[in-house]
Design a protein around this ligand. Structure first.
Ligand code: DGL
Length: 263
């Protein structure tokens, strides 16, 4: 007989918009019998170009919204919010288990990179130096480069993840690292959708998508047997919302999608 858990685990995931669906996708792949509540703040994306105060304010509002569902675990899917708001959220909501995308990604990169690493992210994430500092602290022998790649977010939002334009923009940012690095860390929720194109241009690089190490870290906490249930919430109906939701594979039953002035 199936061992039914007394309490179904509820996991809240938030991102500045649609990109965090890549994180939700990885989380659902390693889970069973979990209820997921995803909030994409599509009305206010991007967070990556905003001030620290604004990123923290938005992150607090997203968390308060998800707390209405009595979540047990909060996942900050957004790298920018992970970099800027984790400490504040932990202080404000001490009863909540909070996970962010940066720590697990740094641990994996530190063990798989050979000599030099390139980190890409939003301007706010890169400016925080959080990936660079943590990586250097874990593995001081690594040479680490980083750069903001802000054009990649609208590119993905427009569905341009392959072909001439995507290749040109990727080359514009990454070509100078062609022989310089052996591992690339994708420090932004949107970039995994460009992973295949990056592989085509730089087949000799190892690529770490920050969502996967996080999913592996959480896996032991997320298995109860049975179907996952997924509810999606967005703060605005943006042009590519439906397309992105279709493009990302989610393991489980999508029980509902709500779009509106939620916060
Ligand atoms: N979700 C953001 C991140 O991972 C990317 C988009 C944005 O700037 O809000 O950093």
């Amino acid at each position: 007989m199936e061992n039914k858990p007394f309490h179904t685990l509820k996991v809240g995931v938030f991102d500045s918009g649609l990109g965090g669906l890549t994180v939700l996708s990885e989380l659902t792949k390693v889970s069973s019998g979990v209820k997921f509540f995803y909030l994409g703040d599509t009305a206010r994306v991007p967070y990556g170009i905003r001030s620290d105060e604004t990123i923290i304010k938005y992150s607090l509002e997203c968390t308060r919204f998800l707390l209405k569902f009595e979540i047990d675990i909060l996942v900050i899917a957004c790298n920018t919010a992970s970099a800027k708001a984790t400490e504040v959220l932990k202080k404000e909501f001490p009863f909540l288990k909070i996970f962010e995308v940066i720590t697990p990604a740094v641990e994996v990169v530190s063990s798989v990179a050979k000599r030099s690493v390139g980190i890409i992210g939003t301007p706010a994430t890169v400016k925080s130096n959080i990936y660079l500092t943590r990586l250097k602290a874990l593995n001081p022998s690594l040479e680490v480069f980083q750069k903001p790649t802000p054009l990649l977010v609208p590119l993905v939002e427009e569905g341009i993840t392959d072909g001439k334009v995507a290749f040109e923009v990727l080359k514009y940012y990454l070509w100078e690292w062609k022989e310089k690095i052996d591992t690339l860390l994708l420090g932004c929720t949107h970039y995994p959708l460009l992973e295949n194109s990056i592989k085509k241009l730089f087949p000799h690089w190892g690529i770490v998508n920050s969502a996967k190490p996080l999913a592996q870290k959480l896996k032991p906490l997320l298995n109860f047997g049975g179907k996952n249930e997924i509810r999606l919430y967005f703060t605005d109906k943006t042009a590519f919302l439906e397309d992105m939701v279709k493009r990302v594979s989610l393991k489980g039953e999508v029980k509902g999608v709500e779009i509106g002035n939620l916060l």
